[in-house]
Design a protein around this ligand. Structure first.
Ligand SMILES: [Zn+2]
Length: 595
């Protein structure tokens, strides 16, 4: 049971939380021992009772203004499991804010508010050992507890530490490096004597260079670390830490290796990555292709989405900088030539392929990429793979590639070859010239346009497949009638009862209770949150939850069920987090029926 720690914001494995001491601490935070006098911006809230072991074996007194590190035994790295177990400490159940010391082998829920990773400095420079240790401990302890990594943080590495799931760090390493004459910045560890001028404007650096000594260097290092943490907290709140990491981690090879290694721990990151976000994602390198948001979209388009227009030609078009694509000048020109006679799918890096029905769905209208006109080999490989998987199992009578040369053409030729299908190319020089558009229109000669109703129905069903799972579009919306004007669509049943609305900002469906009941009655797996017998209004807090589906992600529509209520809302935590948390808002309710 966590009494003194709560998560407020989540951005992949990184979180902004609150250590609820008498004077609360916003995490990720720089904390230090209450007895030390580290210069610079740091919270002195740690009381390490461990140092008193074993002379004082009783539980420490504790204090709600401090985070007390419970008595523990420091065992050297490599201690055999059976020895470690024999010496394992039974952590007392205490009523004050406490932290238990664990290793990646022994981590388990001790009922503490925070956990200290033993031997943490040993992981510096070792990407896979670090990622394994942090993810293993994170998975073993409840979500609403803080993970403290002592003796590791520097201004350069702290963003990556937090990205991996660390909540608390201390200034130890920055202090030691300062006393050794190393001047730390977010990109380097300079020898102080090599610096002609100080590349910083913190208070410690506001003095003549020749008067700046190692003591000042210590103070600067701690300031630089604290400043970087402020930046990281801002990034998490904005949902944009990953964009920063892709640049920042480049400053040190082991950090680059660390975040790539984390990308390989896909399920660890996927569970913690929201389904939708307000912020745009910036795709600036091949590393962006491995982001959860990108992989998840490609996976759902190829596994869940069903092309309902494949009884007519497919037109592949290039993406546009303006989103949604249909608002762009170029796509309006394609549309004037196509006139609803073909299914339009946009090809794009980093997303892969975007069927017209999913152009609003996160992140299809929420990304910004670096446009050079050239594709990297990795981009070509990725988009080819997604396009090929998309086309497998479709029955389009004709595939028209209305795309420019270079990367697009390479991808189409590669996929045409691999699938043994013929593509018709309609662009002579550029996709928007009169010649090219004329070719495109001529190619669609003889096909009639599909009605607006079919477009709208297929959009609702496609989003349902994407969001709720394969088959959901047909199961939940078999007798469908749409109201409103795209993109503000409402989905009703044949009798006019509203089932859902398309949320224009994220391109997902917001269900009504009638829609939620259909989900429960369907054969599609329902993401469900079971609650105690009460009627939730506004939100459901974690302590009121008795069970939750494992596959719930932040931003998912979820069904809320209890003896007193049936409702629907949007998840603010993942399912596993709901199961293990004792604090925090788990679901924002949209509609509830008392029963
Ligand atoms: Zn400074």
């Amino acid at each position: 049971m966590t009494d003194y720690f709560e998560i407020h914001e989540r951005d992949s494995a990184a979180r902004v939380g609150e250590l609820r001491l008498a004077d609360s601490v916003t995490t990720p935070a720089l904390v230090d021992d209450v007895d030390t006098e580290t210069p610079g911006d740091c919270r002195h809230v740690l009381d390490d009772a461990g140092s008193r072991w074993p002379t004082e074996q009783d539980a420490p007194d504790g204090d709600d203004s401090l985070l007390t590190v419970l008595p523990h035994r420091g065992l050297p790295a490599g201690t055999p499991d059976e020895v470690a177990e024999a010496f394992a400490v039974d952590y007392p159940d205490v009523s004050f804010p406490s932290a238990a010391v664990v290793s990646s082998d022994t981590a388990t829920d001790h009922g503490s508010d925070a956990y200290v990773l033993a031997g943490a400095p040993g992981y510096v420079g070792h990407a896979s050992a670090f990622v394994d240790a942090v993810s293993t401990v994170r998975e073993a302890i409840p979500a609403d507890t803080a993970l403290y990594l002592p003796g590791v943080a520097t201004p350069r590495n702290v963003a990556t530490l937090v990205y991996a799931g660390v909540d608390l760090v201390d200034p130890d390493r920055a202090v030691v490096r300062g006393t050794e004459g190393r001047y730390l910045t977010t990109d380097e560890a300079y020898f102080l004597e090599d610096l002609d001028e100080l590349p910083c404007a913190c208070p410690a650096c506001q003095q003549p260079r020749d008067e700046f000594d190692r003591e000042d260097c210590v103070e600067h290092n701690v300031n630089a670390l604290a400043a970087e943490l402020r930046r990281v907290r801002r990034r998490i709140r904005d949902g944009r830490l990953r964009d920063y990491i892709e640049g920042q981690a480049r400053q040190d090879n082991w950090l680059t290796a660390t975040f790539r290694r984390l990308d390989q721990q896909y399920s660890y990151l996927e569970e913690r990555t929201p389904l939708i976000r307000r912020a745009d994602l910036s795709a600036a390198s091949d590393d962006s292709l491995r982001r959860v948001e990108i992989q998840r979209f490609a996976e759902r388009v190829t596994d869940r989405y069903v092309p309902r227009f494949d009884d007519r030609p497919l037109v592949l078009v290039p993406c546009s900088a303006r989103k949604p694509y249909s608002d762009s000048q170029s796509h309006k020109q394609y549309h004037d030539a196509i006139k609803w006679r073909a299914h339009v799918v946009s090809m794009t890096s980093p997303i892969g392929v975007v069927p017209q029905e999913l152009e609003l769905t996160y992140p299809a209208q929420h990304y910004d990429s670096v446009v050079t006109g050239n594709w990297t080999a990795t981009e070509i490989e990725f988009v080819s793979r997604v396009l090929e998987r998309y086309l497998e199992g479709t029955d389009y009578p004709e595939i028209i590639a209305h795309i420019p040369g270079e990367g697009y053409r390479d991808i189409c030729e590669r996929v045409a070859d691999s699938l043994g299908r013929e593509f018709t190319y309609t662009v002579t020089d550029h996709p928007t010239t009169a010649d090219s558009l004329g070719n495109l229109a001529a190619e669609l000669e003889g096909w009639d346009r599909y009605p607006k109703r079919e477009r709208e129905h297929n959009t609702i069903r496609a989003v349902a497949d994407y969001q709720f799972g394969a088959g959901a579009g047909d199961e939940l919306f078999d007798d469908l009638s749409t109201q409103g004007r795209y993109p503000q669509l409402r989905a009703d049943d044949a009798d006019g009862e509203q089932l859902a609305a398309l949320a224009q900002q994220y391109g997902v469906l917001s269900l009504t209770t009638a829609g939620a009941r259909r989900w429960v009655e369907s054969d599609v797996h329902t993401k469900t949150v079971e609650i105690e017998p009460f009627v939730p209004h506004g939100s459901v807090l974690a302590p009121g939850i008795t069970d939750a589906s494992d596959d719930i992600r932040v931003g998912d529509d979820v069904v809320i069920r209890g003896d007193a209520a049936f409702g629907v809302g949007r998840a603010q935590m993942s399912g596993p987090e709901m199961q293990s948390s004792t604090r925090g808002i788990a679901v924002q309710m949209r509609h509830v029926d008392e029963q």
